[in-house]
Design a binder for this molecule. Structure first.
Ligand code: TTP
Ligand code: MG
Length: 357
């Protein structure tokens, strides 16, 4: 029997800031770019639960978060603390947490900076696995002074959805025989892979919950979703057999920059690409990795239209020259008619490397 836990830290970056700055204690905290008194142009990385009560959340423009905090102040509520991201610290804490988790289980898949899948099949029963989850939660709380939420279930899909059900500091257990009834009332968006476009398409067919989704026959699901249909058909039934595995971990190092004002001038952008490429290689050199093989870029236009492009090299590389050159090649079409026929201004650019070894 497979038993999988999914651990996800609560309000991760914000919880670290709250822990490390006693004067932030109990206040709404927003981690993200500089709000510049409401004129800032970046976004919120995350907000703690006190700030979420004001409607502030990840990916919200920082200017909107500022406005929500000002509105709260007018109502006599505490204003939010805005603080810059300290990425180095967050990844160090992430590594400490992953190390704690590995003390309890041999097979741990780091799914992102603050989440991990833990294969607890070796514990044989859900009862024993539940005890282990409680021990992991306690160890993280005692040693890191941070809380996490864990979902425990018969596979990665169920565990992942369950960890989100009782945040913060939650533990949600879904036994194999409960898997289908657990899934049925949930919104289809809970299934990883169903994004806003698929949601709209399915809503048009009157499908909102996973129970609704199960009324679609396999053939119809395939017709609507193509290759993904069969997988989705099984997921709607709480089935997933993807193993907890740490050998295909998607590791990437990326940097992005939101310009102070939207830009069209190629010289400026080319210069910023070079800087980003150098920053990325700086981080690669400080990481456990030596080489990269995939180069990815992001371009966000003034209307928020966002494009990404990537290219994989035949041979691994390690230097910033290659990264700069390859990133430039990916960017150039966005600076002229090929990918930017309306000559839109650019708001944000990003450079990342993947397939690290
Ligand atoms: P999440 O686990 O999605 O969010 P969270 O840990 O802050 O809150 P929750 O309690 O709901 O799990 O992401 C983990 C961290 O990743 C988050 O603290 C900050 C970062 N992050 C961003 O920088 N931008 C984003 O858009 C998101 C979603 C997360
Ligand atoms: Mg989290």
């Amino acid at each position: 029997m497979r038993i999988v836990a999914h651990l996800d830290m609560d309000a991760f970056f914000a919880a670290i800031e709250e822990r490390d700055n006693p004067r932030f204690k109990g206040r709404p905290i927003v981690v993200g770019s500089d709000p510049e008194g409401g004129k800032g142009r970046g976004v919120v990385s995350t907000a703690n639960y006190a700030a979420r009560k004001y409607g502030i959340h990840s990916a919200l423009p920082i200017s909107a978060a500022w406005r929500l905090s000002e509105e709260a102040k007018k109502k006599g509520l505490p204003g939010a603390v805005f603080t810059g991201g300290h990425m180095g610290k967050y990844s160090a804490v992430s590594e400490e947490i992953m190390a704690i988790v590995r003390e309890f289980a041999p097979l741990v898949e780091e799914a992102s900076v603050d989440e991990a899948y833990i294969d607890l099949s070796f514990s044989k029963t859900f009862k024993k696995a539940e005890e282990l989850c409680r021990k992991i939660k306690k160890a993280v709380k005692d040693r890191e002074r941070l809380t996490c939420s864990i979902g425990l279930g018969p596979n990665k899909l169920i565990a992942k959805i369950a960890s989100d059900m009782q945040k913060p500091d939650g533990l949600t257990i879904v036994l194999p025989e409960e898997a289908e009834s657990f899934m049925e009332p949930l919104n289809i968006r809970k299934i990883p892979g169903i994004g806003p476009k698929t949601e709209i398409m399915l809503n048009k067919l009157g499908i909102r919950t996973i129970k609704d989704l199960k009324t679609l026959p396999l053939a119809k699901t395939k017709e609507l979703m193509g290759k993904w249909g069969e997988d989705l058909y099984r997921k709607a039934r709480g089935e997933s057999d993807s193993p907890v595995s740490n050998d295909y971990e998607v590791k990437s190092i990326g940097e992005q920059e939101t310009f102070h004002e939207d830009r069209r001038d190629a010289n400026f952008i080319v210069e910023r690409i070079k800087e980003l490429a150098e920053d990325v290689i700086g981080r690669l050199n400080r990481s456990e990795f030596k080489t990269y093989r995939t180069i990815g870029i992001t371009v966000r236009f003034s209307d928020f239209d966002t494009k990404t492009r990537a290219r994989t090299l035949a041979e691994p590389a390690s230097d910033s020259g290659t990264l700069n050159f390859e990133a430039l090649k990916l960017f150039l079409p966005f600076l002229d008619k090929r990918e930017n026929p309306k000559h839109k201004a650019i708001r944000l650019i990003g450079v990342k490397i993947e397939k690290l070894e």
